[in-house]
Design a protein around this ligand. Structure first.
Ligand code: A3P
Length: 293
């Protein structure tokens, strides 16, 4: 494939142009770990919480190199990274990598030892969250069909949703549903990375017990955990955890996180639950980890 050659060329070029590492010099490095997904499962919260550890450094925006910006080349990618000293960890997060066909193979080619972090949550809640995000603009314009119509109804082809056939009563071709069939995407990651290089974060526990989930992730990254319950407080309005700074002030995620979800009809929730049950089971077996959804 062409991008293999491109990648090899860039790696050769970089090896010729990067000066030898010097322990005292801060420099931009490729990520040690990548939060690859899952979109709307709590990826931003995880990254913000990991940054409580002073050894964790991350670029501000999502980089989307291994899916959308790959043709910009490795030097562009490295340029997006923060400067780090030896011993500090660079972590990137681009949640669309999880369901990208090319990302796992491309990341492996750059560095097969990259640590892969995946936040998962109940795919039904995830789908509603995805819908809430994508409809927030259209709804204001009065153009968005209801979640129920999209998930189990006539869908809306003009939204680029493929809903020509239903699977167990669900429009499984609609992106918001398809992304939640985790095992299909997970297989590509396991084809490229051993399970010991992959860490699964429970997106629900990240809300109810952030200190524990963040500590587990710090350990996976080879860091001495610093996240403690006292590092967190609860947003009085949205009720989601926020980082508590040393002066007691709360640093909460922005207005695009923790949006109110629409009330979804119970029978549609049940149809979705039944649709996902066998898919979830396959995912749990694949990663040898069980969740209560
Ligand atoms: P909603 O806005 O639909 O509630 P991501 O960052 O991967 O896009 O995930 C966004 C989701 O993270 C939010 O979806 C929210 O449910 C969840 N989340 C988890 N912890 C959060 C936190 N501390 N603050 C805000 N949202 C959080």
């Amino acid at each position: 494939m062409n991008y293999r050659l491109l990648l090899l060329f860039h790696l050769f070029y970089l090896s010729r142009t990067i000066p030898l590492p010097h322990s005292e010099i801060a420099k931009k490095r490729f990520p040690d770990a990548i939060i690859v997904g899952v979109k709307k499962a709590g990826t931003r919260a995880l990254l913000e919480f990991l940054k409580i550890n002073p050894l964790v450094k991350a670029p501000g925006p999502e980089v989307h190199f291994f899916d959308k910006n790959f043709n910009k080349g490795l030097e562009w990618y490295r340029e997006q990274m923060p400067e780090t000293m030896n011993g500090e960890l660079t972590i990137e997060k681009s949640p669309a990598y999880f369901h990208s066909k090319n990302a796992p193979e491309r990341i492996k080619m750059l560095n097969p030892n990259t640590k892969i972090i995946i936040v998962v949550r109940d795919p039904v809640t995830r789908a509603i969250s995805d819908y809430t995000q994508s409809s927030s603009k259209r709804k204001r314009l009065g153009l968005m069909p209801s979640f129920e119509e999209m998930a189990v109804g006539n869908c809306a082809m003009w939204l680029k949703a493929n809903c020509t056939t239903k699977t167990r009563g669900v429009n499984a071709g609609w992106g918001a549903i398809r992304i939640g069939v985790y095992h299909k995407h997970m297989k590509r990651w396991l084809d490229n990375f051993p399970m010991q290089n992959i860490h699964i974060v429970d997106g629900e526990k990240l809300i109810t017990n952030p200190a524990e989930e963040v500590s587990r992730t710090e350990k996976f990254l080879g860091l001495t955990p610093v996240a403690k319950p006292t590092n967190f407080g609860i947003d009085p309005i949205k009720k989601f955890p926020c980082v508590k700074k040393s002066d007691g002030e709360l640093h909460c995620l922005g207005k695009t996180k923790g949006r109110p979800h629409p009330d979804v009809k119970l029978d549609v929730l049940q149809t979705l639950k039944e649709f996902y049950a066998p898919e979830n089971k396959r995912f749990f077996q694949m990663v040898n980890q069980w969740f209560d959804w």
